[in-house]
Ligand binder design. Structure first.
Ligand SMILES: *Cc1c(COP(=O)(O)O)cnc(C)c1O
Length: 361
């Protein structure tokens, strides 16, 4: 067997003609920063996300950073984050000078446990930052209720959740501002870096639009201390080709997840739990096993590519030694890191191969 974890080249080849001509269109236009391609993608992405506004940015980490900056969150402030997430979620908080305050996951979903958030709120808390991890929506209603009760904004890290629905509603503007990545391996991926925010709040959209472009609305007039974080028009053109295919790709991911659920039902692995209110988009299919390393070695030997998301939780990274959090301070995040394994997943993975992977497991 030779089943890679993810085949980005296959994703490109599926739409090669359309993608090549979209890139050529931008090259021929003579317009290489912001402009009509970026504006068109922003309108299309906002509509897809059922949000009023989208702002195209350079990457997902910047989306989180600019969302925090637009909300005036900075030094001395605390932001509630999941203990079990990709480190970018935490890095955004520290990048603006604020402190990440981690909350442990619901062990069934691996997503932030809303029941544990209240205890983490202090007078310094300025925002809640849930992540829709693996493409599974976080349980937003209790989280939004808590945020309202404390007068806190909700920033969603949706870098893995393009197209996911919570109680039938698209992830895109359920919280105050939603942050997206179009890193090539994401469910909607560019051919390089890209990101965006979506929101229903015109003021936040406007602030982020100004922040991404040197703090400037009118050339050479700088209102605030901005950055350079603009979505590249070539990437916007690629994303415009791919977006109409996203739902069909999500359906293929769902079929693969179904094949795994069926084929792995009688194993000792802990399989992903999907709450009845969730329509996940299966960015990752993550199983859990106390013998994770052995399982990964056997699958590698059988020609099956797997990855670990994530092998070291943020609080155990050298970069966060300064927070002084012992591994056992967040035992659920620590234990998940030792036991999770992501099986091959992607719209170009053949269903028959997924069935064979399950049989191999
Ligand atoms: C990919 C990712 C990011 C960062 O996106 P980039 O575009 O790589 O900067 C942030 N949060 C999560 C959960 C991610 O998976």
């Amino acid at each position: 067997m030779n089943v890679p974890f993810l085949d980005l080249g296959a994703a490109y080849r599926e739409l090669k003609t359309e993608i090549d001509s979209a890139i050529q269109r931008v090259l021929d236009s003579g317009w290489y920063i912001l402009g009509p391609e970026v504006e068109a993608f922003e309108a299309e992405w906002a509509a897809y996300c059922e949000a009023d506004h989208a702002v195209g940015l350079a990457n997902g980490l910047d989306a989180l950073i600019l969302a925090l900056r637009a909300l005036d969150i900075g030094s001395g402030d605390e932001v509630i984050v999941p203990s079990n997430t990709y480190i970018a979620t935490w890095l955004a908080v520290t990048a603006v000078g604020a402190r990440p305050v981690p909350v442990e996951p619901d062990p069934a979903t691996h997503n932030i446990d809303p029941a544990r958030i209240a205890d983490a709120i202090t007078p310094a808390t300025r925002a809640l930052l849930p992540v829709h991890l693996y493409g599974q929506p976080a349980d937003l209603d209790p989280l939004l209720a808590l945020a309202r009760q404390h007068g806190l904004p909700v920033i969603e890290d949706a870098a893995q959740a393009h197209g996911a629905r919570y109680k039938g509603r698209r992830i895109g503007a359920l919280g105050d501002v939603v942050c997206w990545s179009f890193y090539p391996g994401k469910n909607l991926g560019a051919l390089g870096d890209g990101g965006a925010v979506t929101t229903n709040c015109p003021d936040l959209a406007d602030r982020i639009r100004v922040l991404r472009n040197y703090g400037s609305r009118v050339k050479y007039k700088n209102e605030v201390l901005g950055e350079n974080s603009r979505l590249d028009p070539i990437q916007a053109a690629v994303l415009r080709v791919k977006l109409p295919h996203l739902d069909a790709w999500t359906d293929r991911r769902r079929a693969i997840a179904g094949a795994y659920a069926e084929g792995l039902r009688d194993t000792e692995l802990i399989l992903p739990h999907v709450p009845e209110w969730a329509d996940p988009v299966w960015h990752l299919y993550v199983v859990r096993s106390p013998d994770r390393d052995g399982l990964q070695q056997r699958l590698t030997a059988a020609g099956v590519g797997t990855l670990i998301h994530y092998p070291i939780p943020p609080h155990m990274q050298a970069a966060y030694a300064r927070l002084g959090l012992a591994p056992e301070a967040l035992p659920l995040a620590r234990d998940l890191a030792g036991e999770v394994l992501s099986l091959p997943m992607g719209p170009q993975l053949l269903l028959a191969d997924a069935v064979r992977v399950a049989a191999n497991v």
